[in-house]
Design a protein around this ligand. Structure first.
Ligand code: PNW
Length: 485
């Protein structure tokens, strides 16, 4: 067991935000209602072979029709905040032009319901569901999409700016660029290293332009951010080759965003490692970096598992170290320019995703960003775990492993706070079981169990546990495991 799992009761700072997160395509359903048109995830999930079991988000958790019940559930769980995303094609079906009122109304009603229950809404503009019409003219590989995104941001800020205090431009642009256009395991399913790098720059630029648009529309008190899935990279050994593998993955996994967004520059080593794949001189135009580095109020960090790497020429065939990059099966790398890096499954416990459980990775990550960007407020915008949950004959869902996972990671957050990191809040991924992208409904990340045949919601044991943490603002000792039951 990690040291983090055995610490005594820990109090969090007053005002620490306790939340849960979801994303539009993963929960809403109602894919063709009230004027919504397909996003790249509708197209992708309806393409045979792309998503496990042929699952789609057509119905998902039917949140579009059940949002009032779901907000009541959040209130029962004492959530202080709820992080949701907006389905772009519900609001702007072609990704351009005037907004659809019914689409805006849905989000306004959701936000009003949250506010009525005292739950702070945290809106993410883009959680991977690009309008298909925009993909048809190039998607994130073309510059025009950045203009479209800024316009959409302005529409949403105009519609909800008076009632949503926290705004996030993009969720995990690494996934959009490298899983979407590199390895192809996410929508739009393209496998073109040069396109993935173009997508990266256009996502960064879209973020910057959207921050500009948000700032010109939102009240001064509103806070803006981006959420990154930063990789806590661990080299397999301290050999120069493995350290260089770690450097490369840090460049194309982390600094490709942290550099331009927080420091106004792409890292020189990244540009060198990928110079044979894309013409950065042509891609990055004058003024882009100033736009990308517009000030943000918060940085959102999503963390699930560390990333263990080695130089693949040094350790090929080492039977002691199973291969696993956690990014799904593909013959194409999501790490352009770093093809000679091997990914390994760290030893020890794993979740149903086959992701290693290592809470110290979250601590290390928070401390790294704190060290490199002192004074930048941080928010853990996603953390959680999938396990093989099932409904017992008594009608309960007992998930001690998830409680242990959350306990360990919240202890890590507490330790980072004690060591000076300015962490403002924590959002559990996810409020409820949902469409887990390429894994369909086979992976359950929820604090609330969803029976997808009846749409019944059943809070898991971990949801009750988390509600008590949120209520008390204290992380209690880990409950004794009650053995076999
Ligand atoms: C995040 N990876 O996805 C997303 O923000 C959520 O929508 C998702 O449900 C959750 O984490 C669990 O997967 C990720 O391969 C998907 O590195 C893949 C990766 C990282 C995050």
């Amino acid at each position: 067991e990690s040291a983090e799992a055995t610490t005594a009761s820990l109090r969090f700072p007053p005002g620490f935000v306790w939340g849960a997160a979801t994303a539009a395509y993963q929960i809403e359903g109602a894919a063709a209602e009230d004027g919504r048109t397909p996003s790249i995830w509708d197209t992708f999930s309806h393409t045979p072979g792309r998503v496990l079991n042929g699952d789609t988000g057509d119905i998902a958790a039917d949140h579009y029709h059940r949002f009032r019940d779901d907000v009541a559930l959040m209130s029962d769980l004492r959530l202080g905040a709820y992080r949701f995303s907006v389905s772009w094609s519900r609001v702007q079906p072609t990704g351009r032009g005037p907004a659809v009122q019914r689409g805006l109304d849905f989000y306004r009603q959701l936000v009003d319901e949250l506010l009525a229950k005292g739950i702070t809404p945290v809106a993410t503009l883009y959680h991977w569901d690009l309008p298909q019409d925009l993909e048809d003219v190039g998607g994130w590989t073309v510059r025009d999409t950045t203009e479209r995104f800024a316009e959409y941001a302005a529409i949403m800020a105009g519609a909800l700016g008076d009632r949503v205090p926290f705004w996030t431009t993009l969720n995990e642009p690494w996934c959009s660029a490298f899983l979407g256009y590199g390895s192809g395991v996410h929508a739009p399913g393209r496998t073109e290293p040069d396109s993935a790098l173009k997508a990266v720059h256009h996502l960064n630029l879209a973020h910057g332009k959207a921050i500009g648009a948000l700032r010109s529309v939102l009240p001064a008190a509103a806070q803006t951010s981006i959420t990154l899935n930063l990789h806590q990279i661990r080299p397999l050994s301290s050999s120069p080759a493995d350290l260089d593998a770690a450097r490369r993955i840090d460049a194309v996994g982390n600094r490709v965003f942290l550099g331009p967004i927080l420091s106004g520059d792409y890292p020189a080593d990244l540009l060198a490692d990928t110079a044979h794949l894309v013409d950065w001189e042509a891609l990055v135009r004058d003024g882009d970096l100033a736009e990308i580095s517009r000030p943000i109020d918060l940085l959102g960090i999503n963390y699930y598992t560390p990333t263990l790497v080695s130089d693949s020429t040094a350790h090929t065939g080492d039977p002691e170290v199973p291969r696993n990059d956690g990014h799904g099966a593909s013959d194409h790398s999501p790490w352009p320019g770093s093809e000679h890096v091997a990914f390994h499954l760290p030893p020890g416990e794993t979740t149903a995703m086959r992701w290693a459980v290592d809470a110290s990775g979250l601590y290390d990550l928070l401390m790294r960003v704190h060290r490199e960007h002192p004074g930048l407020p941080l928010m853990v915008t996603e953390n959680g775990a999938a396990y093989d949950d099932y409904l017992s004959p008594e009608g309960t869902v007992n998930d001690p492993q998830r409680i242990a996972y959350l306990h360990g990671h919240l202890s890590a957050v507490h330790r980072a706070l004690a060591d000076g990191a300015d962490v403002r809040g924590y959002f559990l991924w996810s409020l409820m079981d949902n469409f887990e992208w390429a894994y369909g409904y086979s992976k359950r990340f929820g604090a609330v169990y969803v029976d997808f045949s009846t749409q019944r919601r059943i809070p898991k044991q971990s949801a009750h546990w988390y509600a008590a943490v949120a209520r008390d603002n204290v992380l209690p000792d880990l409950p004794e495991e009650d053995g076999e039951s």
